[in-house]
Design a protein around this ligand. Structure first.
Ligand code: G
Ligand code: G
Ligand code: NA
Ligand code: MN
Length: 255
């Protein structure tokens, strides 16, 4: 009960909020979006990473609330970018699983979009490949489909680790595949890694789905992915997640 209270307070008081990691086009080098990643700025313990506090949120049964709070802060960020006149087409928010069981999810998304005066394509919902692959229960399927119909983008996260079928990629109107960082690691020096990435890129192209490579850490990996025709890259080699305040300067330096 104490933990639940602490997590709830942290969510409602703004101690837990997103940092933002840029996603850039391999063609232009320009920002095409940011992924919102949760951080807990704890008054005594300092910055806590999601690996350390997500289990507590899960235990407290508050993942749904985390998603709502993250979406709220992410939309506020989009509004701030728009008002500053910088072009950030979309923001990615992680909807890991339980979040997608919320029967009021679509209402909530619409309500938050309205509140900030944003159109639905500004939100990219990051759904884990493992969740899509698990032949999800009705409510998850309905929510993902409804988000797609609303015009939100559906990003399939950690692709290559979860056995999603080609049929499920079609069925859920996936907009983009996020190639898991395990495939990207040292790909410029490992022909086996390159073959797997190429296979994923070919499949995505045939299906008419965009591609992003996660965990791009080196110039060599970045160059390889551009050469192979991957549409977008994200990773420490481009930039680490940063607080909203820092994004403006970062964008200015990458325009
Ligand atoms: O940012 P970092 O690499 O520390 O994140 C660690 C893990 O936490 C990643 O798997 C990431 O997807 C997850 N994560 C980050 N933010 C959120 C969030 O808002 N919701 C959920 N469900 N997971 C998140
Ligand atoms: O599960 P998801 O893909 O949402 O997790 C994203 C996580 O990966 C975040 O916690 C982020 O901090 C981390 N991350 C982002 N870029 C890199 C990278 O280049 N290398 C590594 N090791 N982790 C990364
Ligand atoms: Na993600
Ligand atoms: Mn991922």
């Amino acid at each position: 009960a104490e933990l639940r209270q602490e997590v709830a307070n942290a969510l409602e008081s703004g101690q837990i909020r997103p940092w933002f990691q840029p996603q850039i086009s391999t063609d232009t080098g320009l920002v095409t979006g940011f992924e919102a990643l949760a951080r807990w700025d704890h008054p005594e313990r300092g910055m806590i990473s999601p690996a350390d506090f997500l289990p507590a949120i899960e235990q407290a049964d508050m993942l749904e609330r985390l998603a709502e709070v993250m979406m709220h802060h992410a939309f506020a960020a989009v509004k701030a970018w728009d008002e500053a006149g910088v072009n950030v087409p979309q923001v990615g928010v992680n909807f890991a699983g339980p979040e997608l069981k919320n029967p009021r999810l679509i209402e909530k998304v619409k309500w938050e979009l309205d509140r900030f005066g944003l159109t639905s394509e500004r939100l990219a919902v990051e759904v884990l490949e493992t969740v899509v692959a698990r032949a999800p229960d009705d409510i998850i399927t309905r929510n993902i489909n409804a988000l797609g119909e609303l015009g939100c983008r559906i990003d399939l996260d950690d692709f290559g680790t979860g056995h999603a079928s080609i049929a499920s990629i079609r069925r859920f109107s996936v907009s983009r595949i996020k190639i898991d960082r395990s495939f990207v690691l040292k790909a410029d020096r490992d022909p086996d890694q390159q073959r797997m990435i190429s296979a994923i890129l070919t499949m995505a192209e045939r299906l008419g789905v965009e591609t992003l490579a996660e965990g791009v850490e080196t110039v060599g990996e970045h160059a390889l992915l551009a050469q192979l025709g991957c549409d977008h890259v994200q990773g420490f080699g481009i930039a680490k997640p940063m607080p909203l305040e820092d994004t403006f300067e970062w964008i200015a330096q990458h325009t």
